[in-house]
Design a protein around this ligand. Structure first.
Ligand code: GLU
Length: 415
């Protein structure tokens, strides 16, 4: 299998701590099923994929991404990461990932709906609440899940809301799901700060990405007291020289009004964000803050900028934002990396709660969902922290190790 060298090297470091670990890796190496189909919309063909990596712990689980550059290799790697993420959080799910090679911004809403429904028609036999449960990912959202669920239920001839998560609340989605990934990352960061004896107010943060994940993350850590010194979206970045950091509520309303973040800084008398300045997107990662948070794309920290990173802590809210080479350089420099499979696992954790609620037909209040999320994230962080200290290994290796141990146990019990 062509798992990206990135996760291959992390897996190998972790598996050294498991007896017979190489047999386990060999068993996990090949995905259970790779589905690859061509969808026709307005007479144009689109490549669609679903990689069902592993289901030892439960049905396949993972998002659907609509992006022009996706391919089978990327989905295989991301599906493997979902297997690890679900195992690490102790969720009764395996791992999958899929989507369509398309730029959804080039489609009309009607075409996007047709594409989403066609995906379900083509993959119907392989989906199901006990089989494979998709969710949103890059460029997909609750509306797309609503179309997909509707198509699925029409074909099935009955209701099955737990087949998709990340749905609108009105169709059986869970309260708290929308903010879950960002909030989960904020809980992990707060726990980490506590372990190193710091208060949130002592720590400054730069966040790259202001989409669903970055925006809820920034809002939550800011409410906890962390100081946000820089933010960016795909159109540009802003930084502040005010010691207390940005007022996130002000930034949110500014972005809503202007449509993009780089518009939110002082120009003459017409600024609404005081003491802000526009910076280059790459500069944000290299700012002298305590914590850098890549919350957008993959591979943004690589061998050419890793040595310029000044922050002693990186929290990976995107999947795979640090390349293998950069990871090794940063570890050598003594940078602490809080890995993606832990930091961004809040999304799939609340997807699990959504699945549970959908199956029992009894829906919880938001407070209850968020309390359960907090408990899960704290527990996973605490376990990873302990392994990392007992074995003197980085947090990423400890996270991979804990996930692999749980998969190993399942494999042993099954054979
Ligand atoms: N796409 C999200 C992830 O990468 C959520 C997946 C899910 O909820 O199934 O973790």
């Amino acid at each position: 299998m062509n798992v990206a060298p990135l996760i291959q090297s992390h897996l190998e470091k972790a598996v050294q701590h498991i007896a017979d670990g190489h047999q386990l890796l060999a068993a996990l190496d090949i995905p259970k099923q790779i589905l690859h189909k061509k969808l026709l919309i307005s007479q144009k063909p689109y490549e669609a994929y679903r990689v069902q990596h592993n289901d030892w712990l439960g049905p396949f689980k993972g998002g659907l991404r609509f992006h022009p550059t996706v391919d089978l290799n990327e989905f295989q790697t991301l599906a493997y990461l979902m297997t690890l993420k679900c195992a690490l959080l102790g969720l009764p799910f395996g791992g999958a990932k899929g989507g369509i090679a398309v730029d959804p911004k080039e489609l009309s809403e009607k075409e996007l709906e047709e594409l989403s429904r066609t995906f379900v028609r083509e993959f119907f036999d392989n989906l199901g609440q006990d089989r494979d449960i998709p969710a949103p990912d890059v460029n997909t959202n609750p509306q797309i899940m609503a179309w997909m669920l509707d198509e699925y239920e029409k074909m099935l001839g009955s209701h099955a809301p737990a087949t998709f998560t990340g749905k609108p609340v009105a169709l059986g989605g869970s309260l708290g799901r929308e903010q879950a990934t960002g909030v989960g990352g904020a809980i992990v960061l707060r726990e980490y700060a506590g372990k190193i004896g710091k208060k949130p107010q002592d720590l400054t943060v730069a966040v790259q990405g202001f989409g669903n994940v970055g925006h809820y993350f920034a809002q939550t850590v800011s409410n906890m007291g962390f100081r946000i010194m820089a933010l960016s979206d795909s159109k540009g970045a802003i930084a502040t020289s005010q010691t207390e950091g940005f007022d996130i509520e002000q930034i949110l309303s500014c972005k809503k009004g202007k449509g993009y973040l780089a518009g939110c800084y002082c120009v003459g008398g017409v600024c609404d964000i005081r003491f802000g300045r526009k910076i280059a997107n790459e500069e944000l990662l290299e700012l002298p803050v305590d914590i850098v948070v890549p919350a957008a794309l993959e591979n943004v920290i690589h061998e050419n900028n890793a040595n310029n990173i000044k922050a002693p802590i990186i929290l990976e809210m995107a999947n795979g934002p640090i390349t293998k080479e950069a990871d090794e350089m940063l570890i050598k420099k003594g940078v602490t990396i809080i890995p993606d499979i832990l930091a961004n696992a809040g999304g799939v954790t609340v997807s699990y709660f959504e699945w549970v609620q959908g199956r029992m037909g009894y829906y919880w209040e938001e407070q209850e969902v968020l309390e359960k999320l907090e408990k899960k994230m704290k527990e996973a962080f605490g376990q990873v922290w302990n392994i990392s200290h007992e074995k003197n290994i980085p947090l990423r290796t400890a996270s991979y190790l804990l996930a692999l141990q749980r998969l190993h146990m399942a494999l042993q019990l099954k054979r």
